[in-house]
Design a protein around this ligand. Structure first.
Ligand code: FPP
Length: 257
């Protein structure tokens, strides 16, 4: 499937398959900063700069959905100055980047709880989602005050509150009650900085996602690193518990694998 160039920069590489939905655990900002003798917030700022590069690269490679794990329900446990700094970064990003993201056709979605954020940030998040709701080039889903278990608890509460009968609950109905309702499940999860764990990220939606873990810290995860992840994904044989991606036996000699 050839990629089409959607910006001024050419896309030179083609893949047999491109993930529809890439989800990223942007880890390693703190270690990136520490390795340079900088405060942790400098790492988060460098990570935010990098996010801009990766959003552009996703647009160029025609990846329609990008979800980023930016602030977890557990991140409230960090020192107050780091939490406040991250909240300020989020407000600054919306203040300074929203217009351009909107002009580039990026639709912003938020997953997580708006509660507990400052009213000014809640208002900005809602405004970003509302302003960009009809954009179709790339859906940027920002997990902010997000936790996978919290999302499942929230879905169960809503299912019960709606009076849905137990026999009517199935996986599709649960998906429709998650924060991610309407989004396809991630095909590829990228985790930077080498840790091999899920950290309460999209634990329902990643049941069949492919994983790519790299030791590279998030601020250094540039377009060439993204390409490595896409190449790795291109080589994967996704079987979804069946014998081949389509559910048929592609090659009879594969039958015993
Ligand atoms: C993990 O690195 C990163 C975070 C908890 C925050 C990620 C946030 C951003 C990149 C910026 C904000 C994004 C938006 C959408 C405005 P870490 O601090 O855990 O790194 P460490 O494991 O090396 O300490």
């Amino acid at each position: 499937m050839p990629n089409t160039s959607s910006g001024s920069e050419e896309v030179h590489e083609t893949f047999s398959k491109i993930p529809t939905h890439v989800a990223v655990i942007m880890d390693g900002n703190g270690r990136w900063a520490k390795s340079r003798g900088l405060p942790r917030l400098a790492g988060h700022k460098a990570g935010t700069e990098n996010l801009r590069r990766i959003i552009r690269a996703c647009v160029r490679y025609s990846i329609p959905y990008l979800t980023i794990y930016a602030f977890s329900t557990e991140n409230w446990g960090r020192p107050t100055d780091e939490v406040q700094g991250l909240m300020q970064i989020m407000e600054d990003v919306i203040d300074h980047e929203l217009e351009e993201l909107n002009a580039e056709g990026v639709q912003i979605r938020h997953i997580g709880r708006l509660e507990r954020m400052a009213p000014s940030l809640q208002e900005k998040v809602l405004r970003s989602v509302e302003l960009t709701r009809n954009n179709t080039r790339l859906t940027l889903c920002i997990a902010w005050n997000y936790g996978g278990r919290d999302e499942i608890v929230c879905a169960i509460q809503r299912i019960i509150a709606e009076g849905i009968r137990p026999e009517d609950v199935d996986a599709e109905l649960v998906s429709r009650h998650m924060f991610t309702a309407g989004l396809p499940d991630p095909d590829l999860v990228i985790r930077t900085s080498g840790e091999m764990r899920i950290s309460n990220f999209l634990i329902w939606q990643t049941a069949y996602a492919e994983w790519y873990v790299t030791p590279t810290y998030w601020p250094d995860f540039d377009e060439s690193e993204l390409l490595k992840a896409l190449r790795s994904y291109d080589q994967r044989d996704r079987r979804f518990g069946k014998l081949s991606e389509t559910g048929c036996i592609a090659n009879p000699t594969d039958e015993h694998e």
